[in-house]
Ligand binder design. Sequence first.
Ligand code: AMP
Length: 281
Amino acid sequence: MTILRNLSELNEWRAQCSGQTIGFVPTMGALHKGHFSLVRESMKQANLTIVSIYVNPTQFDNPEDLRKYPNTLESDIKELKDLEVNAVYLPTPSDLYPNGPISKAFDFGSLARFMEGIGRDGHFEGMATVVTKFFELIQPNFAYFGEKDFQQLAIITRVVQQENLPTVIVPVKTERDEDGMAMSSRNLRLLDAQRKDAGNINKILKKWIFRKGYRSSTPGESSELLANEISHYENLTVHYVTFADSKNLEPIASFNTSTPTRIFVAVQCGNVRLIDNFPLF
Ligand code: AMP
């Protein structure tokens, strides 16, 4: 595995890749099984796989979250090497932001209007800025994004269409711990009691779906009921439980099995903001 520590090393590596397809997995490090499933998809589909590790400052609206973002670089590199990834790119800030960390403007339409688009100022602009910059530098044939961050996946898919970029966006299913909790780098920051409580979020939502709770209530009533149930746990404070159309990510007014619908949730657990989502129908 080649470690690329700056743009000129990336350019040198890239120049040797002609005639090969390239799969790209952008990450912020503190790698876990969720990241590795993206890597495996890439290794199946593309000739060469490159993973980036970069904690992108422009997508953080909370300076403390940025400062405390977990860093496990040494073990990340070892695990990527064990997986036989071809290259890992550790960009310098000026590779990506030669004029300083400033986001570009985008039109995400309704995709960024709800859920994570509310109360996380500039998050998606920052994310789309860094991802499109990576695409410009790496020129990947495929790029892999987790459904764990469904809104991010939808937004990047739209940006690629809008800007007519040649990279194919490949969605990858969410990897979960045994109790159903979506894996996330930020889970490393949870204390034991917080982690235990957090494991109930997915269980509560799944139980409601299993019992077909949507048959006897409106999305508003269901959101309230589920938020109350989650909030019973001492360490959990609900930001939202939202049912949204999987295509335009607008909250739905009524349950209709012919509209592809997902349930989206954001919960504060200690200092960590957790998000998750999955399809309802
Ligand atoms: P991050 O390092 O958190 O920015 O995530 C990098 C990529 O990994 C994103 O496309 C995420 O959606 C994806 N990812 C994060 N957690 C998971 C998970 N539990 N399952 C699948 N993909 C994930």
